[in-house]
Design a protein around this ligand. Structure first.
Ligand SMILES: *Cc1c(COP(=O)(O)O)cnc(C)c1O
Length: 429
């Protein structure tokens, strides 16, 4: 660590001292990285007028499937559509229950409602921020059809335990890889462990293609069901199963999930650079956390070094906070001090979905009762207090900078900000 000890004890910026973060970061945080290569690829599609075709998309899918290490990849207009298609593809339908962590972006779970199913929310583990296999087990019933696992903020979820919980009931598992493209769980690439993977590629995510999503699987039936659901124009050459071919020509889902080929063209370019850019992010983020090793009050959100697991590109990068080590200093106050130092942050992550009125009260389809209840055989709602880790997210989790380049002289200033706040915890209280 290269932060000078004398600077750590300097007056906090919150109280009028010098800011820790003083250097213009330049393009340290700029995302997506778009070069002439992306521009040329996109303009070529524009000039050919091929935006609504599938020729470029099929090339992108073939390259993505090779990169992901799975035989089938199907591009979608966004990640939400890919999740919905994955749910249909594994058999989710009327009256079924889909278990999903409450701490995620809404699109991991809400598509279940469009299939006549309901969502059962589960809690997360405080260290990983991913689905807690112990809590998951308690929420399984004979109506559980699928489990959605989110590798939250890039952290590989505990897949061995989750697959073991799912197996006895023949429950299908969907990996939502929207935060973690290319991450590794015990030597295996995220997205290849469960029955099917679905992920976002919108421009804020680690794999940014403009706007889009991807479904990937090793299972031909799952792939074909996703084609049948939302890709009617590909039924002729992608369907082999008789029970799907019968209905070829019309989309089973009454949805159109085709990806705009401007995005496919950008996707092909982004994919070529992905592993290098993501490794650079990993180097920068690991440096940041290595520098903070041993700082009271903060913990890295990353798998242990000897675990064989690796973060997937650190989208929505989070830090973990241990108030007890700073004599109970509330995280909100800690973040105020960081923000004053030039380290913009807030406590929390996503909001716990199970407490939102859409998931407790809304009668979306006119059933005369809340949709999540109307589409289930029981009241599946999770009351306040039932998912304590998700509900406490803004007490122990906060945002940290998502460095895109390994620039120690820039990163050191953010390290200094955290060290200063921790060293001055008494004054902050
Ligand atoms: C972004 C996101 C999605 C949805 O993807 P879109 O491309 O925005 O539709 C799904 N799941 C998670 C966890 C996400 O972060």
């Amino acid at each position: 660590m290269t932060v000078a000890a004398s600077r750590v004890t300097e007056k906090l910026a919150l109280f009028g001292g010098p800011k820790a973060v003083a250097t213009d970061p330049g393009d340290t945080f700029a995302w997506p990285i778009v070069t002439d290569e992306d521009e040329r690829a996109v303009v070529e599609v524009l000039r050919h007028g091929d935006m609504s075709g599938t020729n470029v998309t099929r090339q992108f899918e073939a390259e993505f499937a090779a990169w992901q290490g799975l035989p089938f990849a199907l591009a979608h207009c966004n990640g939400t559509a890919a999740v919905q298609a994955a749910m249909f593809a594994v058999g989710v339908g009327r009256g079924d229950e889909v278990i999903c962590p409450s701490m995620t972006y809404w699109a991991s779970g809400l598509p279940a409602l469009t299939l006549g199913a309901t969502v059962v929310w589960a809690d997360i583990q405080p260290e990983t921020l991913c689905l807690d296999p112990g809590d998951l087990k308690k929420r399984i019933t004979e109506r559980t059809k699928a489990i959605v696992v989110v590798h939250y903020s890039g952290y590989p979820a505990d897949m061995d335990e989750i697959m073991a919980v799912a197996a006895p009931g023949g429950i299908k598992v969907i990996e939502d890889v929207s935060h973690a493209h290319g991450g590794i769980y015990k030597g295996r690439k995220l997205g290849t462990i469960a029955h099917v993977a679905a992920m976002s590629m919108m421009s804020g995510k680690a794999m940014p293609i403009g706007e889009g999503g991807m479904l990937a699987t090793a299972d031909r039936e799952i792939y074909e069901r996703a084609v049948a659901w939302g890709h009617y124009e590909r039924h002729g050459d992608s369907l082999t199963l008789a029970e799907l071919k019968r209905f070829a020509g019309l989309p089973m889902g009454a949805v159109k999930h085709r990806l705009n080929q401007l995005a496919s063209a950008m996707g092909r370019v982004q994919l070529r650079h992905y592993d290098r850019r993501s490794a650079e992010i990993g180097k920068a983020m690991d440096y940041f956390w290595d520098c903070l090793e041993g700082t009271p009050g903060v913990r890295a959100h990353r798998p242990p070094r000897d675990s064989g697991s690796r973060m997937g590109a650190w989208y929505n990068a989070r830090g973990l906070y241990v108030a007890d080590e700073l004599a109970g200093l509330p995280l909100g106050r800690f973040c105020e001090a960081l923000a004053a130092e030039g380290f913009a942050t807030k406590p929390g992550a996503n909001f716990p979905l199970h407490l939102h009125p859409l998931l407790t009260e809304a009668d979306i389809y006119g059933d005369g009762q809340p949709t999540v209840v109307a589409q289930a055989a029981r009241d599946v709602r999770a009351p306040a207090g039932s998912l304590p880790v998700s509900e406490a997210i803004d007490k122990f989790c906060f945002g940290v900078p998502w460095f895109k380049h390994h620039r120690p002289e820039i990163i050191d200033e953010y390290v200094l900000a955290v060290k200063k706040a921790a060293a001055h915890a008494d004054e902050l209280r």
